[in-house]
Design a protein around this ligand. Structure first.
Ligand code: HEM
Length: 538
């Protein structure tokens, strides 16, 4: 016994010495990370665990933390983190326009590399958002078919107008009854209905619900698909920031709950595919061309074949449809929400918007596709909101070979991930000038009031290069339709901003609050967006 104790003392001593030596060797990095003198370590790194704890601790203010990193460390820096299923990660953060351009121009060298990521796979499947290489190319080519001018002119604008009219009807009732509305919830319902129709020809009926009141609020009942979709999305994000999610979910029951959400989504998509297959079989029996049914995205994809000549499986079709709804629905609704949040703080911009809407569209009556193209100031507001509240606030790509980033001359090793952030770049004075933090839609217009085309790589809110967002024009069109239509009919008063549930970090001083955004795949508003609405007397 005594001899064992004697042996233990030096072993323990040695372990403690190793621990302290390791802390000295890796004072701000994950253990065994390589030292580099060419890039600074971002603030927040700790001995042996690098930024692992920093990222978890700053979750509710993650974008402010990223901006601070940029202010303190400059255009390029490193974060090292430990993830139990991916091991130690040595990440590069670059906020340099040339670096970002190099990455975005070549989607074959710089890949997403996320298909193997278990945290996101359950929600995204293998759809366009997470695919790479030839699989992505085929998905992109097929999907591009629906984004043509004819569809925009003949179909999308009318669809958005109809949806917006339904929203206006809700707002009128809320206004007459003096109830508070969560505008973000209403936008999300409209865009879910439009994008489900566009993606698979199926209406979810989310905006068609009958209202009820609760504590002075105007509410609509939840729709099963919407509930599952929203919860699965935010759950996926939680997985993304918890490196131990597979373990914790074993104990906290979350896995079962998530499986339930995914099942609701899968069943919904499977029913739609089944109905479509039946319709197609019927059409071909009756000798009608399948092309006659070609109205939504699913119809295009169902005509495609796999390389071996087999038809696309229900799972493949499910992934395609869900990726489209993910891509289009939340992004557009959330950007509209940020628009109204910003407008509430800038009545002078609101007044200009209304003046343009009255001038171009008239005081009442319906508007057409060509009218909306003339709403240049409205378009500028939409762009400016996206500059400060980009819906995909940060992104990353994995290098498939050793590379050098041209702007900052940073060496990137094969297999290393580089992050950039539209949120940070949108606030960079180097990119946008000294008034970068100001909300100023005029920066998007020339002296004659025409829209300026910005360099895509300086403003990568829609991505840029070969993988630029396919729905960029569609989202802008929908945004312009909603903004101009609503602004002609209502005054909006922002309320309940003092509610701590709306902030990641709450403070009695409004200037010191942070994280107004929620933890989601894209940049939504935490705790919703409450307004009192007053109908205009025209
Ligand atoms: C304000 C609204 C929107 C914003 C800010 C936005 C932004 C983006 C961004 C940043 C990406 C790149 C994501 C990444 O690779 O990490 C992207 C991709 C994509 N977006 Fe959008 N998007 C919006 C609306 C839409 C709409 C309405 C659709 C159409 C339904 C759409 C369809 C797509 C598709 C299909 C991709 C994948 C493109 C590819 O990988 O080749 N987006 N979008």
């Amino acid at each position: 016994m005594l001899s064992l104790d004697i042996a233990l003392v030096p072993t323990l001593g040695l372990l403690i010495a190793i621990f302290f030596l390791a802390r000295l060797k890796w004072p701000d990095m994950v253990v065994f990370s390589k030292k580099r003198d060419d890039i600074p370590i971002a603030p927040g790194g700790e001995p042996l665990i690098g930024h692992t704890r920093y990222i978890l601790r700053n979750g509710p203010r993650r974008l402010e933390a990223l901006y601070e990193t940029f202010l303190k460390a400059g255009e390029v820096s490193r974060r090292t983190v430990f993830s139990y299923n991916q091991g130690p990660q040595d990440l590069i953060l670059s906020f340099n326009v040339q670096d970002v351009e190099q990455i975005m121009r070549d989607p074959y060298t710089w890949v997403k590399g996320t298909t193997a990521n278990a945290a996101t796979r359950q929600f995204f499947g293998d759809g366009i958002f997470v695919s790479d290489g030839d699989e992505w190319k085929v998905a992109r080519k097929t999907a591009s078919n629906i984004f043509n001018v004819k569809n925009f002119r003949d179909h999308f604008a009318d669809d958005f107008i109809t949806e917006c009219d339904k929203l206006s009807a809700h707002l009128r009732t809320a206004s007459r009854k003096g109830l508070v509305v969560d505008l973000q919830d209403l936008f999300l319902r409209c865009t879910l209905d439009s994008f489900a129709r566009l993606a698979m020809g199926k209406d979810c009926g989310a905006i068609d619900q009958k209202f009820y009141t609760e504590g002075g609020r105007y509410k609509l009942p939840t729709v099963a698909f919407m509930n599952a979709f929203d919860n699965a999305g935010s759950h996926t994000v939680k997985r993304g920031i918890n490196p131990f999610w597979e373990w914790t979910e074993l104990f906290n029951g979350q896995k079962k709950i998530m499986d339930g959400y995914i099942k609701t989504m899968d069943d919904f998509a499977a029913d739609v595919v089944r109905e479509k297959r039946a319709k197609m079989a019927e059409a071909s029996k009756a000798g009608r061309s399948v092309g006659e049914l070609e109205v939504d995205l699913l119809d295009y994809f169902m005509k495609n074949k796999n390389e071996d000549g087999s038809e696309l499986s229900t799972k493949q079709l499910r992934d395609i449809v869900m990726n489209f709804i993910i891509a289009g629905r939340d992004t557009t609704a959330q950007t509209l929400s940020w628009c109204f949040w910003r407008l509430a703080q800038h009545p002078e911009v609101y007044a200009k918007l209304r003046e343009e809407a009255f001038r171009v569209l008239g005081r009442d009556g319906t508007s057409t596709y060509s009218d909306f193209k003339n709403l240049k100031y409205t378009n500028a507001v939409f762009n400016e909101v996206l500059r400060l509240h980009p819906n995909v606030p940060s992104s990353s790509k994995l290098a498939t070979r050793d590379e050098i980033l041209p702007g900052t001359k940073t060496r990137v090793a094969k297999g290393q991930r580089v992050f950039w952030s539209s949120y940070v770049m949108g606030r960079s004075t180097k990119i946008w000038g000294p008034d970068a933090l100001e909300f100023r839609p005029e920066r998007w217009l020339d002296k004659d009031g025409n829209l300026l085309r910005e360099n895509q790589y300086k403003w990568p809110v829609f991505n840029a290069g070969p993988r630029i967002c396919l729905g960029m024009n569609m989202a802008t069109q929908e945004g312009v339709v909603f903004l101009s239509t609503l602004i002609r009919q209502f005054d909006f008063e922002l309320v309940n901003e003092d509610d701590p549930a709306k902030w990641g970090v709450w403070h009695p001083d409004p200037e010191k609050r942070e994280g107004r955004y929620q933890l989601a795949i894209t940049l939504g508003m935490r705790g919703g967006l409450d307004f009192k609405v007053t109908e205009l007397k025209l």
